[in-house]
Design a protein around this ligand. Structure first.
Ligand code: ZN
Length: 246
């Protein structure tokens, strides 16, 4: 579905209907009808779509090397799509933590930012397959400097409902998270528009380490943290571990 557009580029988002709930993105240069694919789940589906829409897929990029983000590369490369982009306003930013080679992409001059598995709606990526939560903590701090409240975050998976439940598990009186979870009832979560950074700061527990209620809850749930001083990085690691087992 067409999820956003700028004067030059349309952003299309495809939901994979798989258990991992992957999103693939296509950045379509409106005038030239050429497009760059990000993190293709199903290359054949994308080629069919491009033919229907009279779009030429010219490039494919991946935020990181996990199978579910590169699965569609093979079919696209076979069809002559190159491992690069022709989009001059797309820039890559290293965002290690979920994996050490992870990059995020930004459409320069626009608010649109593609996070892959670094940041999700109301959560962050896990660090179980080649990642490191301490490195991810520092990356998330760096994102806080790179992004603005208006930044629009295009994420790698739809984990919104479960992430909101976890957010309320560790910060039960977060009214924004409560309201967002209520809004989800009766809606198809993977069809909803992306969040802004401003929204994330209000409901994403990994961005809310300074909140007293969250700190107290994490101490209750992780008794080994309770004694002694707790740094933000320790809290972040504890949250990541709680979410892994949620
Ligand atoms: Zn991944």
């Amino acid at each position: 579905m067409l999820i956003a557009h700028t004067p030059q580029v349309q952003i299309w988002r495809f939901y994979a209907h798989n258990s991992l709930r992957n999103y693939t993105y296509v950045l379509l240069e409106t005038a030239a009808r050429t497009a760059t694919v990000l993190d293709p789940w199903d290359g054949e589906d994308l080629l069919t779509w491009a033919e229907q829409e009279k779009v030429k897929l010219t490039g494919v990029l991946n935020t990181h090397g996990h199978h579910d983000h590169i699965r569609g590369n093979e079919a696209l490369l076979k069809a002559g799509v190159a491992l690069k982009t022709s989009l001059p306003i797309l820039s890559a930013h290293p965002v290690p933590g979920h994996t050490m080679d992870h990059v995020a992409f930004r459409l320069l001059g626009t608010p649109h930012f593609f996070t892959g598995d670094t940041l999700f709606q109301a959560g962050v990526g896990n660090c179980k397959n080649g990642g490191d939560p301490g490195v991810l903590y520092h990356t998330v701090q760096e994102l806080g400097r790179l992004l603005t409240d208006e930044s629009v975050l295009h994420v790698g998976h739809d984990y919104l409902a479960k992430n909101l439940s976890f957010a309320l598990h560790v910060e039960p009186s977060n009214l924004v998270a409560q309201a967002r979870l209520k809004e989800l009832a009766g809606q198809v979560s993977y069809e909803l528009p992306p969040h802004t950074w401003a929204m994330e700061k209000q409901l994403n527990p990994f961005l809310r380490l300074s909140q007293t209620e969250l700190q107290q809850r994490v101490r209750e749930l992780k008794p080994d943290l309770a004694s002694g001083p707790t740094s933000d990085e320790m809290l972040f690691r504890a949250l990541r571990s709680l979410r892994d087992n949620f």
